[in-house]
Write a protein that binds this ligand. Structure first.
Ligand code: S3P
Length: 171
């Protein structure tokens, strides 16, 4: 278990950040968020990067960040929800890491993200419909992960236990 990265992927609001932080404290491992690194590099929030430079630019910075963090070992990676859309990202992340897809239904995601204004892709007239559309389109990309963990009705601690047990089998 000590060497492989635990790479959390999944839709916005699937709980990646909460689970990554809890796993980090349980396993005493460094937690790295790709979104956070993008913001640090750009010295501006993601919403502003989208507004000022567009999604394609954001994806380019995200790709650079993913390439860098993929070289690490033994860390927990909290990946932005669109990271798996780029095949190079998936290849890079799998080199040193086990990809865990935190799955959630469109309804559950809506309940978790509604009222939160910092996600540019959901800043549209009908965010609920947008979630459904994006989730349907992205499902095959998320399924490239090594494992899937269904998050419905589970506590963060429970999800972490499942991930730790999956990681044991993988090493
Ligand atoms: C995105 C998800 C966001 C962030 C950006 C784009 C996406 O991260 O990277 O807004 O394409 O799904 P979270 O999944 O952490 O919200």
């Amino acid at each position: 278990m000590p060497n492989k990265n635990i790479v959390l992927v999944g839709f916005m609001g699937s709980g990646k950040t909460l689970v990554a932080n809890k796993l980090g404290s349980l396993l005493k491992r460094e937690v790295i968020s790709t979104d956070h690194l993008v913001e640090q590099k750009e010295k501006r929030r993601i919403i502003r990067i989208f507004q000022e430079s567009g999604e394609a630019y954001f994806r380019q910075v995200e790709r650079d960040v993913v390439r860098e963090v993929s070289l690490k070992r033994g860390v927990i990676l909290d990946c932005g929800g669109g990271v798996v859309l780029d095949p190079d990202n998936v290849t890079n992340l799998k080199k040193n890491g086990v990809l865990i897809y935190l799955s959630a239904s469109a309804e559950a995601i809506w309940e978790r993200v509604k009222g939160k204004k910092y996600r540019p892709l959901l800043d549209v007239e009908d965010p609920k419909a947008k979630i459904k559309e994006l989730l349907d389109a992205r499902e095959p990309f998320y399924k490239q992960a090594d494992h899937m963990v269904d998050t419905h009705g589970k506590s963060v601690a429970q999800i972490c236990r499942e991930i730790m047990s999956l990681m044991k089998d993988d090493e």
